[in-house]
Design a protein around this ligand. Structure first.
Ligand code: 4AD
Ligand code: MG
Length: 464
């Protein structure tokens, strides 16, 4: 028996009966009667369990006593056609080895409480539940689909730095990176902190976006994308914000705002369709368990044309809506999730791409429109989420960009390397950022962003 190699549960469930097999995994449940035990075994390869049938004998009584929920076991036996409903095959066990016992009293996942709130407190064990197994498998498939989408189009995957001295979004939401002794900070002549003594010889932070470096890549390689961790010290305790999240940022030379919108729409539809085609069992489970409109919503987005309209038109609709907003809305205000969701869920009942926002609520790098008031920004708004993508055509004129940097009170000094792209062979170009966890909220139907990343970082929370 010992030299049989292990087969994953996913493959066992698709195999023909008759073979000797070895399965390894964690026990989900054990039930039975005085003659026979039924063990549901899961190894994470699929949402489905394989059933193990064990004839009880005096010899295996001691081993079976250790086979409790959560225990890790190896099972040798024969794959047979299942008599009970629910699965095609099951294992008639001949030998069981217990790798790791699991105390039935102390194991947290035994508890009746399976709320998301409780499971967040045991995030180190929650991947063992059906729900989180499904979510993490979908997350993995989506990461692969993102690389595949861009790779097939000939985009270059570019690695941008996580430690940086520039604040791309200009919002001052950066986590500082330093090796200075907090209890004994070096001071400069003016009494401020002397960052020349710090590790990098200047003030540095964790990146809020790889875009500025991505633009350098696009203006040499043509079409690039980044996909990596992003950090924002925004103190927003909402179901849609993380302090550490993953972002995908394509950046393309010679794309105007329309090309940018076309790519964003194609990209997101591709991902949703990929999920429907490749994560069917997991998504079906999430649909049946939590949100029975999930699959219909995904299918809806995959073959719907997104609505495109300007911010100014959007504001008119919101002002005429007759809704009592928590945050009042008028031309010039930044849209809140309630406004975005009204447009998408109530008014149009479709994803919406909103363009040409007031320049004062958008970052410095966006292409300025002739009107002097708006910039060529585009936000993609989604049902249940609000903003899922933010992007723009970039300002390619050196003079206009410099003027805007001055106007916003930023310093040109640290951005000379960025301005060089406009000095030397500037080109029209565009790009956008997709929040990976926001995409996952949409695809899994989960309602809290803390449940689509294995170890969420949020204000006052950095466990594990
Ligand atoms: O709209 P944002 O801030 O845009 C940028 O960072 C640009 N540099 C992107 C670009 O043009 N290359 O962020 C882009 C997206 C948002 O639409 C949202 O999906 C996600 O990133 N995002 C967050 N996701 C989770 N938690 C947060 N705190 C997020 N902040 C932004
Ligand atoms: Mg944004």
């Amino acid at each position: 028996m010992e030299n049989i190699i292990r087969t994953k549960v996913k493959d066992l469930l698709k195999s023909e009966a008759g073979k000797d097999v070895l399965a390894k995994g964690w026990v989900r449940t054990k039930r039975g009667n005085k003659n026979v035990a039924f063990i549901a075994l899961n190894d994470g390869s699929t949402i489905n369990n394989i059933q193990i049938v064990v004839d009880k004998t005096p010899e295996n009584e001691a081993v079976l006593a250790k086979v409790t929920t959560g225990a890790c076991i190896a099972v040798w036996g024969k794959l047979v056609e299942s008599v009970g409903g629910g699965q095609a095959t099951e294992i008639q066990a001949t030998e069981i080895e217990v790798y790791g016992e699991c105390d039935p009293v102390r194991y947290p996942l035994q508890k009746k409480d399976t709320s998301f709130e409780f499971l967040r407190t045991v995030a180190h064990l929650r991947p063992r539940t059906n729900t989180f197994g499904a979510i993490y498998r979908v997350r993995n498939q989506m990461a692969y689909a993102i690389h595949k989408f861009f790779h097939d189009k000939g985009f270059v995957y570019m690695h941008t730095p996580l430690i940086t001295a520039s604040d791309c979004e200009g919002a001052g939401q950066m986590f500082r990176v330093t090796t200075l002794d907090m209890d004994n900070l070096p001071r400069n002549k003016k009494g401020g902190i002397d960052y020349t003594k710090d590790f990098f010889g200047k003030e540095t932070s964790l990146t809020v976006s790889g875009q500025l470096e991505g633009e350098l890549g696009a203006l040499a390689l043509g079409e690039i994308y980044t996909f990596g961790p992003t950090f924002r010290a925004e103190n927003s305790n909402t179901p849609r914000h993380l302090a550490e999240f993953w972002m995908i940022e394509p950046e393309m030379a010679f794309y105007d705002i329309k090309d940018n919108m076309d790519l964003a729409e194609e990209f997101i539809k591709y991902l949703v369709k990929y999920a429907l085609d490749n994560c069917r069992e997991d998504i079906q489970f999430l649909n049946d368990r939590y949100d029975n409109e999930l699959i219909a919503r995904l299918e809806g987005v995959a073959d719907t044309e997104f609505v495109r309209l300007t911010y100014t038109e959007g504001i008119k609709i919101l002002e005429a809506a007759g809704v009592e907003w928590e945050y009042p809305v008028s031309w010039g205000t930044d849209l809140q999730s309630e406004h975005e969701r009204y447009l998408v869920e109530k008014h149009f009942q479709k994803p919406v791409i909103l363009t040409d926002y007031p320049k004062d609520i958008k970052a410095f790098y966006m292409k300025q429109n002739e009107d002097g008031k708006t910039v060529r920004a585009m936000d993609v708004l989604f049902p249940k989420i609000g903003e899922i993508i933010g992007g723009s055509e970039r300002e390619s004129s050196l003079a206009k960009l410099e003027a805007r940097i001055d106007e916003t009170g930023m310093s040109r000094k640290g951005l000379e390397w960025y301005l060089d792209t406009r000095r030397f062979g500037s080109a029209p170009h565009s790009g956008f950022g997709l929040g990976f966890e926001r995409l996952l909220l949409f695809v899994t139907g989960m309602s809290n962003i803390r449940d689509v990343i294995p170890f969420p970082r949020t204000p006052k929370n950095a466990e594990y």
